[in-house]
Every structure is written in structure tokens, then in C-alpha cells.
Design a protein around this ligand. Structure first.
Ligand SMILES: [Zn+2]
Length: 468
């Protein structure tokens, strides 16, 4: 688990603890910063990766009759392989995305998960997950991982430590995520093949993933993937899956070159951010000069090197793909780091224009850059952009910090404190959220929209229904 986390528009990592949120507060630019979340629990926010995983999932969920708008992608910052679907939310570890060589491997796993949902497996658990706050689930997952590691290594101590964390994360973590029945696995495999066939895709990737987990070696290693434990893959199941997969007319179907390239770019990004440039170089060895390798170099320059180098490399990427919103975003992030916020704002605006899914993250980046100019009229504009970005993406914890700063600069203390309350609320720190909400309420006019929202936060009961 990497302890370094970077709060930037490119790859903002939302941190769970009150301290982490407070530590992050003074940050204005995309400067990498060290902040260790309690127990290392973190989620990753990134417009590019979220959009890609959503594109992987959409046809499959459609074929499974699970199409719902506004699918949320939760990227869990964890090197191990894990993925599951809970209602409108898809949880997936960055480790799983990094391990998968093709989009098809991830699409296959999503198809298998959709099969579990359609089959009504673990219905009660899923209802609990549906109601639970994202961060509580992520915290629970970490506990599950520890339990799994303890069980596999026969270390009672470790298993107990894991159980403790899981109890804090909720009942679902302690019980449910550990294990589907073997019959359920067979059903999910069959359903997955149906969805893959319906969308003209191969089951080769899914087969490859489960074959990897079948290897006995992988269970005795230091790292145990939670997915491997929750989805038992005995030899006969894999053999059946292989027969089914190979009998499909689409078995040799490949991902489109465009999708494969987006996948490679995503892997480059995850490798650089979680393991550094060396890991990305290993990944794209022999492909120097290729788009993914260049992207890795540019991201690495942005993160660890000279922002001017990053800007030059981003310009080269933009020349190769002028319509790629995320190359514009990298350029914008690099300009922020080079302390050129006005140009950064222009680049974010271009990224937003090119982004087909209108990600809130990019709009928050735009607002952040406007704020950083320090010009009163642009700070006022920043408030509007940040609000709109947060309306699209309520979980963007970094966005509330910038919003609070913008209101602070404009002398609107009540709104600044309410923004801080929201940030704590969506980080799962209800106690701090209520403190800031109460403080803001004293400054708002009674019954005004700000006052009412503050009251909602004050009234929130963690065990009760989720408020949006
Ligand atoms: Zn399964």
C-alpha cells in the first residue's frame, strides 16, 4: 500500500480521516504531498480511469438487464486484485487494472460480477452495501484483505487484527465478501458468457484471470488477492469455464485498438502513480516512444520532476492526440505546478470541452486554477465552476477544500464553513462535518438554503438512511 498520496486534479486521492482532510486543507496547487490516511485506506479519483471502467461496464450491465444511468466507479487504492459491483457502484482495485493486460480481462470480471447480481447471490449483503457510504465499504474491504491474508498464512494474530478492522467497517465486511458458493460461481460464469456473447466479446480475459487465481502458488505468496478467496476457482470449474469460453463464436475476438490504447494509457498512469516511473518502464519495455511509454514519462515528470519538462511532454502528447481530454488535463496540472494558473485554467477548460462524459473532476480542476489566479472576478467564477463540478460529483473531497478557500477569499465565512462540513461529510467524518455545519449555521440566515443544508448534516444519523 503506497503511503504517498497526491492531491491533484489528475489523480486526487480522497482520504478518510479527519486529520488527513485537515492536512490537505492548505493545499492549493497540484503539488505532490505526503499524507498517510489512517490504516492506509484511500480511494483514487481520476476522470480518465473512471470513464474507461464505465465504458467497460456499460454494455455488460446492459446485457445483464442492469442498465442504470450514473454508474459510479470507485477506484480503491490497493495493489491486490479485487472487483465487485454494488448497486450503482462498481468497486475496483487499481491493482486489478494494473495487472490486466487487456480491457477484455476487466470486462470479463465485470461480466462475472454482473452474473452474481443477476443470480441474486448474496442479496442481503448487497442491500447493505447499497446503503453503506463508499468510504465505509472501502474501510471494510481493507479488513477483509487482512482477514484473508491471515487465514491464508495461518497467522491467527493477523487474522484477528483483520477481524477488528472489519468489525469497524461493518457487518458486511466481516461476513459476506468472503466467499460465494461453488454453485454460484458456476451460475455467474454461465451468465457472464451470455453477456459477453450478447455484446460480441470474448471470455478469454475472464478465463485468464481465474486461471491465474487457480495456481496454488498464488495462495501461498505474501500477497493474497481478496478476489481469489471470494471466488473459489477449483480445477473442475476452470475446466468447465474453458469449455464454455472456447465454444463461443467470439472467443478469438479482440478488444478494439482504441480501447486497448486507452487501457495501456491507464496502466501507465496507475504504474507511475502507485509504483513510480521504473514500474511503468518495465511495463512498456520495448515500446519506448509509444504513446503509453511517453505518457508515463510525462506523468513522471509532472509528479517527480520539473513541471516544465512535463509541459513539453504533454504538448507532444497533445500533438499526437489533439482530442484527448486527459492529455490537456496533464498539461493543466503541470501548468499549475509551474505556478501558471491562468494558462492552466485555459487548459482545463479545453479538457472539459473535449470530455464526452463531463467529469466533475475536470471542472473542479478548472475551478481550482481560477481560484489560484487570486483575481477577485476569477475567484467568483471559481465558486460557480466548483459548485457545478461538485453537483456532478458529490464525492470530490478536494473540491470542497477549494470551494471553502474561494468563499474564504470572498469573505463569505458561512459558505466556507459549510463547504468544509460537506468535505468532512463525504469523507465519512460525521463528527467534524457536524461541527463545521453548526458553525456555519450560526452565520447563515435561518431557513436559507445554506442553513437548511447545514441542518441536514447536523441531523444525519450514520445508522439511518443515506442522505444525498
Ligand atoms: Zn464469482
Amino acid at each position: 500500500m503506497p503511503t504517498r498520496s497526491i492531491l491533484s486534479a489528475t489523480f486526487a486521492i480522497a482520504l478518510k480521516t479527519a486529520t488527513a482532510f485537515a492536512v490537505a486543507l492548505p493545499l492549493l496547487t497540484a503539488t505532490p504531498t505526503v499524507a498517510t490516511a489512517q490504516k492506509g485506506v484511500s480511494i483514487v479519483r481520476d476522470a480518465e480511469i473512471e470513464a474507461l471502467v464505465r465504458d467497460y461496464a456499460r454494455p455488460i450491465l446492459g446485457a445483464a438487464g442492469l442498465s442504470k444511468s450514473n454508474i459510479e466507479i470507485i477506484l480503491v487504492n490497493d495493489r491486490r486484485f479485487n472487483a465487485f459491483v454494488a448497486g450503482r457502484r462498481i468497486f475496483i482495485n487499481t491493482g486489478a487494472l494494473l495487472m490486466a493486460e487487456t480491457p477484455n480481462e476487466i470486462i470479463g470480471v465485470l461480466a462475472h460480477e454482473a452474473g452474481h447480481i443477476a443470480g441474486g447471490h448474496q442479496e442481503r449483503l448487497r442491500e447493505q452495501l447499497e446503503r453503506a457510504q463508499t468510504m465505509a465499504i472501502v474501510a471494510g474491504l481493507l479488513g477483509v484483505g487482512a482477514v484473508v491474508a491471515g487465514a491464508a498464512s495461518n497467522s491467527g494474530e493477523l487474522a484477528q487484527a483483520g477481524a477488528g478492522v472489519a468489525a469497524g467497517g461493518g457487518e458486511f465486511a466481516r461476513r459476506g465478501l468472503l466467499g460465494y458458493q461453488r454453485t454460484e460461481e458456476v451460475t455467474a460464469d454461465r451468465s457472464a458468457i451470455t453477456y459477453l456473447n450478447a455484446t460480441g466479446q470474448s471470455a478469454k480475459g475472464m478465463l485468464k484471470t481465474f486461471q491465474r487465481f487457480q495456481s496454488a502458488l498464488s495462495l501461498s505468496g505474501a500477497r493474497v488477492d481478496p478476489y481469489q478467496v471470494s471466488h473459489p476457482a477449483p480445477r473442475d470449474r476452470i475446466a468447465n469455464l474453458q469449455t464454455l469460453a472456447e465454444s463461443s463464436p467470439y472467443y478469438n475476438e479482440k478488444d478494439s485498438p482504441t480501447l486497448q490504447q486507452r487501457h495501456d494509457l491507464m496502466r501507465a498512469k496507475i504504474a507511475v502513480f502507485t509504483q513510480g516511473q521504473a514500474a511503468a518502464s518495465r511495463l512498456f519495455r520495448g515500446e519506448r516512444g509509444g504513446l503509453a511509454a511517453t505518457y508515463a514519462e510525462a506523468l513522471s515528470a509532472y509528479l517527480f520532476g520539473n513541471p516544465r519538462t512535463a509541459i513539453t511532454k504533454a504538448d507532444a502528447l497533445i500533438k499526437a492526440q489533439p482530442k484527448n481530454p486527459y492529455f490537456q488535463e496533464l498539461r493543466a496540472d503541470s501548468l499549475m505546478k509551474a505556478n501558471r494558473p491562468a494558462e492552466a485554467a485555459e487548459a482545463y477548460a479545453r479538457a472539459m470541452k473535449l470530455d464526452p462524459v463531463k467529469s466533475g473532476t475536470l471542472q473542479v480542476g478548472y475551478g481550482q486554477a481560477l481560484l489560484a489566479t487570486g483575481k477577485p472576478d476569477l475567484v467568483r467564477k471559481a465558486v460557480g465552476e466548483l459548485q457545478k463540478g461538485l453537483d456532478r460529483d458529490r464525492q470530490n473531497v478536494a473540491g470542497y477544500q477549494y470551494l471553502a478557500q474561494a468563499y474564504g477569499q470572498l469573505g463569505d465565512e458561512a459558505s466556507a464553513e459549510l463547504a468544509l462540513a460537506e468535505g468532512h461529510y463525504y469523507s465519512g467524518n460525521y463528527q467534524d462535518a457536524k461541527i463545521f455545519a453548526a458553525r456555519s449555521q450560526m452565520k447563515f440566515k435561518r431557513g436559507s438554503p445554506g442553513w437548511v443544508r447545514a441542518q441536514d448534516i447536523i441531523n444525519y444519523r450514520q445508522t439511518g438512511k443515506k442522505k444525498k
